[in-house]
Design a protein around this ligand. Structure first.
Ligand code: KIV
Length: 256
């Protein structure tokens, strides 16, 4: 069974584990524990301090993905198509083909529903596997609030999820979606939902890796910090600095 079929088969059986990676060494660790490794355009804010992921370019995504590809051997590797690279089917196909050929990733992810239906359909017709992304859409939303409070929002997300399933996406990320809506959407479609800030009712979860290890200074409700790497790095660098200043490093052991 190919990786995508295996992933879909997990629905209602076992939870799907996903994380983001932007480079090889981290990706090679995640590969042992994740079903999906996503090269997310969140790299714009996490690594480059951009105010918005809208500033991320296709070339940036390709270069980071080439690095990640070297570390991912088992998991499904998905790459985000950045803002303004899939405004119409022709543009989407050209850019998705470029991402796939340069990075050898397994699939691409696009943000949105009805508006990008034709682009998604074109990619899938051309045998490019697509992951959807609904709820909070960082590439196009003006405010970053959770979705599903208003009836209109709930109806739109459900409609879009069904539409994306019809277009043939293999999975949908639900970002910052209210608990009961995430549960309902997950029940209403036959492909896995992957939540981030969307409760444990989704078929799987994704987090930004730098958030999970406590390296990225973010304080969002949906982020659980499983480590405090920031402090560990501080300690290591501080010790190195002290030893260099005292001429204790490098000692004989580290010299030729
Ligand atoms: O860009 C990203 O990292 C993402 C995840 C948060 C789902 O889209």
């Amino acid at each position: 069974m190919d990786k995508i079929k295996k992933l879909i088969a997990k629905k209602n059986k076992s939870k799907i584990v996903s994380l983001t990676a932007y480079s090889k060494n981290i990706a090679s660790i995640l590969d042992n524990y994740c079903d999906i490794v996503l090269v997310g355009d969140s790299l714009g804010s996490v690594l480059y301090n951009y105010k918005s992921t809208r500033q991320v370019t296709l070339d940036m995504m390709i270069e980071h993905s080439k690095s990640v590809r070297m570390g991912v051997k088992k998991a499904l590797m998905v790459v985000d198509m950045p803002h303004n690279t899939y405004r119409n089917p022709k543009e989407a196909l050209k850019n998705a083909k470029k991402i796939i050929s340069k990075t050898k990733c397994d699939a691409v992810k696009l943000e949105g529903g009805k508006k990008i239906y034709n682009s998604i359909q074109t990619l899938i017709k051309n045998k490019i596997p697509v992951m959807g992304h609904l709820g909070l859409l960082p590439q196009s939303d003006k405010t970053f609030k959770f979705k599903g409070k208003k009836k209109s929002e709930r109806e739109k997300i459900l409609k879009d999820a069904k539409l994306l399933e019809k277009a043939g996406v293999f999975s949908i990320v639900l970002e910052c979606v209210e608990t009961s809506l995430a549960k309902y959407v997950t029940k209403q479609i036959n492909i896995p939902t992957i939540g981030i800030g969307a409760s444990n009712n989704c078929d799987g979860q994704i987090l930004v890796f730098d958030d999970l290890i406590g390296l990225n200074p973010i304080n969002a409700r949906f982020v659980k910090k499983y480590a405090n790497i920031h402090n560990q790095i501080k300690k290591a660098v501080s010790n190195y600095s002290k030893e260099v200043r005292r001429a204790q490093f490098p000692s004989k052991k580290y010299s030729y």
